[in-house]
Design a protein around this ligand. Sequence first.
Ligand SMILES: Cc1cc2nc3c(=O)[nH]c(=O)nc-3n(C[C@H](O)[C@H](O)[C@H](O)COP(=O)(O)OP(=O)(O)OC[C@H]3O[C@@H](n4cnc5c(N)ncnc54)[C@H](O)[C@@H]3O)c2cc1C
Length: 444
Amino acid sequence: MLEMNKLSLNIPDTIKPRVVVIGGGFGGVNLVKYLPEQDFQVVMLSKQNYYGFWPLLYQVATAGLEPESIAEPIRKLFDDRKDFHFRFVRVTDIDPVGKTVNTLIGSIKYDYLVIATGTQSNYFGNKQIEQKSFPLKQLSDAVNLRSQLLQSFEQASMTRDKQTRQGLLNIVIAGAGPTGVELAGSLAEMRQHILPKDYPGLDFSEMNIYLVDGLDRVLPPLSPASSKRAHQDLEKLGVNIKLNKLVSTYDGEVVTFKDGEQILTQTLVWAAGVTGATIEGLPASSLERGRYLVNAYNQIAGFEDIFAIGDIALMKTDKWPKGHPQVAQPALQQGAHLAKNLVRQRKGEAWKDFDYFDKGSLAIVGRARAVADLPGNKSLGGFIAWVAWLFVHIYYLIGFRSKLIVLSNWVYRLFTYERGTRIIIRPLVRHDSKEVVELQSAGK
Ligand SMILES: Cc1cc2nc3c(=O)[nH]c(=O)nc-3n(C[C@H](O)[C@H](O)[C@H](O)COP(=O)(O)OP(=O)(O)OC[C@H]3O[C@@H](n4cnc5c(N)ncnc54)[C@H](O)[C@@H]3O)c2cc1C
């Protein structure tokens, strides 16, 4: 096995100022796009070697899209740049005095440091839920969840025990934000159109999809009108919605709620909250509610040369006193804005304040069912919102290849309901399972 001490970051020194970017998501990648190569050396450090389009992650989990169709290798995005350096590493901590970033394989000095590390799932300190539930934050999560779902259906078809089958067929999604709603809608359509054909021996009226949330409405970030519409659409699809309901424990087989109700399930999807993916090294005073406090230039409080953008940044303004929503647009816009300010600095020009342009919010519930909140307090629903959702997502998907694959998949599905990726590539083995069912050897 390769010894880690044989590796180093291996970045050439130049006379240009070095911008080190931690994170290759929406914010980090857009920042680099707007940084002119002749003015800066750019080093991106990320623990994923790809740029993932998270709004379509639920479609990977529900076998609608291949994982590769919603992601692009970061190296490919910038393969025309000579002084851009990508390193596939996890950053462990920052030394602001020495102007150094430390990683698992070595350190690097920066002139400017941009933290664009986004968020991670928040389990609110519940270790049991963290170990046993399924998060949906990155490609590997979606592939794991897809395997778990398909394995559960396979196993359900191989048991005569009603209670065991019920635990395999019940799916509980904690968190009725956009991820939970979109996942629930997609699973409900799968139950209606795909699964009865794949598993003719199973009775899918036994399959329950529960969407639960501690708040009193689905899609809390959207307007009440959009929430109501999404709620009705989900109910039409047969999703069982439980509001004002908090998960208390989950042992891998039974979800227990704070009010004592219990649901038997092998699959608890955790979409109930996120917290900032912060990095050690900056003072506690620069953090609030898991996000770095930044000024209108995205500078972290107390530092001239360290910035935070996207989900991890908390910029309080009169219009956004609690900070911007943790969605793609603020990350994209802050990345571009910071790059332009760094260019202004090189030219000796004054920096400009960041001003967020809210383009509205969209969520899809199912085929021809979506909701949209538009600027100016207008909301849309149904087919028009669904078409808007399709166009916006194709537009923002990065890379011609991804756009083409996703679009052709959707057109095919529109007419057939078919989902081609119902494949268990690598069976998911839960470390905690009492008994690992070897699917491959079943029937031998
Ligand atoms: C399932 C899902 C669905 C979503 N749907 C929508 C939607 O429909 N519309 C919408 O607007 N927004 C949506 N979002 C939110 C949106 O994706 C985020 O707001 C956006 O990704 C934030 O961008 P970012 O650059 O701040 O962080 P991210 O895009 O999350 O990027 C963070 C990067 O930092 C890297 N990183 C983290 N820690 C380290 C470390 N220690 N060392 C090295 N690298 C590190 C990660 O690997 C990643 O590359 C969704 C998110 C998820 C998870």
